[in-house]
Design a protein around this ligand. Structure first.
Ligand code: PLP
Length: 425
């Protein structure tokens, strides 16, 4: 067991205290049962938050309560439980709209996650609006789920996917972006935070510039929403996608915000129950949005869990959370600098606490395996962002990604274990 009693470098001090409304990492940790388990004989250190976040008991209890007392299908119910489940589901939609600063719950479509949200936009809006010679600008730091759906629809519509290059420190090259924008640009897609470099691009400014060319802008919020407040109106986003499971909610549920005048004009993308007004072999008419985009029985319990997660997160002082995460990241950067042979990739001034690195003499899978033996969960591989890694000449890297419940003790455990690996070589 590594000695974690002595701090490696001065600890972050963030003067934010107490709950409700306030925030301390120690107090929120009490909400997460899984953080109290051991892995391979060591207390768990969960540093794989960019892959998925852990769930607070408020979310777990909401799921149990739903299945214990209110399970029912929704929207067609002629009985009390159906009405209760429908109300909870629609309360989830209203909560997500509020969470994103969307004007109306009707602007929010429930989907499986960010990947499905992007595919929905590509297959509906994209199919209707993209054509030969149109450009879709895609920064090199995007997750595969914000690249491949555009390649697929570009192939069908004979549009072009145009990569927007990165600078050495992992920012989107703003000069290149401005040069690539043209009357041909139909769509710009941007991650609000990169899952491999942590970069938080100037989305608001990039969106304003794209709009000057008449282009639409899709923002991938998968990595952003757990870390800082989002206001889709302030950003000017036409589409904003998120995944519940990266936001302390269950897997299999996510949301797509779309500006109402765009959403209202979008054709359905899947057919089935729930999305129709009337069905006849002569003519079928469709429900209004957002229901038109939600064919079949939705992930009702997922929405209940997402509602609980959003309520839980917004009960905290989010400015304090962001300040804490920033301080913890600075601490982690200093502490990781003491590990011989460790090289971080991505050093954008504005970023979330995603620490992607290589360790001289060890491939990333070996690093992850070594850390796992010490109870520390990190990810190794291409992180579904191969072009971003290729920008640094890499095919694979290790990644420690922090969340609001991580502490400087977690960072110390990581650093001590990595130093141990180097010492063992
Ligand atoms: N976009 C980013 C930036 C991500 O990090 C991820 C997942 O890691 C996704 C999109 C895809 O999210 P999901 O797999 O939940 O659809």
């Amino acid at each position: 067991m590594p000695d974690v009693s002595a701090p490696l470098v001065p600890r972050p001090s963030v003067g934010v205290q107490g709950r409700p409304g306030g925030f301390t990492a120690e107090s929120v940790r009490q909400d997460f049962p899984v953080l109290h388990r051991t892995v391979n004989g060591h207390p768990l250190v969960w540093l794989d938050n960019a892959a998925t976040t852990q769930k607070p008991r408020q979310v777990i209890e909401a799921l149990t309560a739903y299945y214990s007392t209110a399970n029912s299908n929704i929207h067609r119910g002629a009985h009390t439980m159906a009405r209760e489940a429908t109300e909870a589901y629609e309360a989830g939609r209203a909560a997500v709209a509020d969470f994103l600063g969307a004007p109306s719950p009707d602007d929010v479509v429930f989907v499986r996650g960010t990947t499905e949200a992007v595919n929905l936009v590509a297959q509906t809006w994209g199919r209707a609006h993209l054509g030969p010679g149109d450009d879709i600008l895609v920064p090199v730091l995007e997750h595969h789920s914000n690249i491949v759906p555009w390649q697929l629809i570009a192939k069908e519509t004979r549009a072009r996917v145009v990569p927007v290059p990165l600078t050495r420190n992992g920012e989107i090259d703003q000069d290149a972006y401005a040069d690539l924008l043209s009357a041909r640009t139909r769509l710009v897609v941007i991650s609000h935070a990169s899952n491999v470099l942590g970069t938080v691009p100037p989305v608001k400014e990039m969106t304003a510039l794209a709009h000057r060319y008449g282009a639409r802008v899709l923002v991938d919020g998968a990595q952003a929403v757990a870390h800082f407040p989002v206001d889709v109106l302030d950003l000017g986003a036409d589409f904003y996608a998120l995944s519940g499971h990266k936001l302390f909610a269950p897997t299999g549920i996510g949301a797509l915000y779309t500006r109402q005048e765009i959403l209202a004009g979008m054709a359905p993308w899947q057919g089935g129950g729930n999305m129709i007004e009337s069905v006849d072999f002569g003519k079928t008419t469709f429900a209004a949005v957002p229901h038109r985009m939600e064919a079949g029985t939705g992930h009702i319990s997922g929405v209940i869990g997402l509602l609980a997660a959003v309520n839980w997160l917004t009960s905290l002082d989010r400015a304090a959370v962001a300040a804490y995460e920033d301080a913890l990241m600075s601490y982690a950067l200093q502490a990781l600098a003491t590990v011989p042979g460790l090289e971080l990739i991505g050093s954008a001034p504005d970023r979330i606490a995603v620490l992607t690195f290589t360790l001289a003499g060890h491939d990333p899978a070996t690093v992850a395996d070594w850390l796992d033996r010490d109870g520390i969960a990190v990810r190794a591989g291409h992180h579904c962002a191969q072009p971003a890694l290729a920008h640094y000449g890499l095919e694979s890297a290790a990644r420690a990604s922090l969340a609001l419940y991580n502490t400087s003790d977690d960072v110390d455990r990581l650093v001590t274990s990595l130093r141990g690996l180097q010492a063992s070589a």
